[in-house]
Design a protein around this ligand. Structure first.
Ligand SMILES: [Mg+2]
Length: 304
């Protein structure tokens, strides 16, 4: 898909450019989580994230322009949700191939704007340039109370692992173009239970859990039978495909029990317990119905 693909993987690439970060004292967390965390005021942190979607990689030529706009903003909002925060303001830059009508571009903005309204996001600027392929980059700010920030690095042995919805088949079904980011679920979680770690599933359950394990320096076991799957999606699809944009989080077991009771009682949201965090080394295991463990690579979809 790439004319000149980098010779190393996406995450190795991110690791190798980390050294170029210039961190001032207002940076609480730089590269290595769903969003950067910056000092805002005595009670709150500013969250800052960006995501780019490119024709042929994240959506196909011929995709409805409203859906493209929706996805471009939704995947950024999802990253803010993964930190426990609420989104606030965005800037949007678009690379436009020759020959596209103004109407088409307006429809992209209409899709973005409809979602922005739902989440109270103001689109406050951006840029448009000529490009070979339709490309949209959104940079999004958010906020979170200091006491409610959740990073990838807080998972501890004994914690239970949850997801907010069924996984797999997102690309095939077109769900990746119309998903609603899990901000409400995230806010409920940070206000009530405060997860020990959280991430959104963009690269696939195995890959994103892998990021949490690496950041938290722990291992994990996933119970294959407990992983909720979308209609038509097999276990491997649920494990690897990605673009689900559900939240993946961990909770100490006492809190996990309470969450499960809470869901049974009120069932406002859906939370599925799928496994547990174990001690080092950073390894991921699948447990089958007979209790047998199989070690797997903590890898999902990679862009490069
Ligand atoms: Mg993310």
């Amino acid at each position: 898909m790439f004319k000149n693909p980098p010779t190393i993987g996406e995450f190795q690439l991110i690791d190798s450019i980390k050294k170029f970060q210039n961190l001032s004292s207002c940076v609480i967390k730089g590269v290595g989580d769903d969003a950067a965390v910056l000092e805002l005021d005595a009670k709150r942190y500013q969250l800052f994230t960006t995501d780019m979607i490119v024709e042929g990689v994240h959506f196909l030529k011929g995709t409805a322009p409203r859906s493209i706009g929706h996805k471009a903003l939704a995947c950024n909002i999802s990253d803010i949700a993964a930190m426990g925060g609420v989104p606030t303001c965005a800037v949007v830059s678009i690379g436009i191939p020759k020959g596209l009508s103004a109407d088409y571009i307006q429809k992209i903005y209409a899709g973005m704007s409809a979602l922005a309204k739902i989440f109270g996001v103001s689109i406050v600027g951006g840029d448009t340039v000529r490009a070979d392929k339709m490309t949209i980059n959104v940079a999004l700010l958010g906020e979170v109370e200091k006491s409610r920030l959740v990073l990838r690095s807080g998972a501890r042995p004994g914690d239970r692992i949850f997801v907010t919805g069924p996984l797999g088949g997102s690309l095939k079904s077109g769900r990746h173009l119309r998903f609603i980011p899990r901000v409400k679920e995230a806010r409920f979680l940070v206000e009530t239970f405060l997860p020990s770690s959280m991430i959104d599933i963009s690269d696939g359950l195995a890959g994103d859990l892998g990021h949490v394990l690496k950041a938290s320096k722990v291992g994990a076991i996933i119970d294959a039978a407990k992983v909720p799957r979308n209609k038509g999606a097999g276990f491997e699809a649920a494990l690897r495909e990605g673009e689900d944009f559900e939240l993946l989080f961990s909770l100490p077991s006492a809190k996990a029990q309470k969450l499960i009771q809470c869901v049974h009682k009120w069932s406002v949201f859906r939370f599925f317990e799928i496994g547990e965090i174990i001690t080092l080394p950073v390894r991921l295991f699948i447990r089958d119905a007979g209790g047998r463990l199989r070690r797997i690579k903590p890898k999902g979809f990679t862009h490069f």
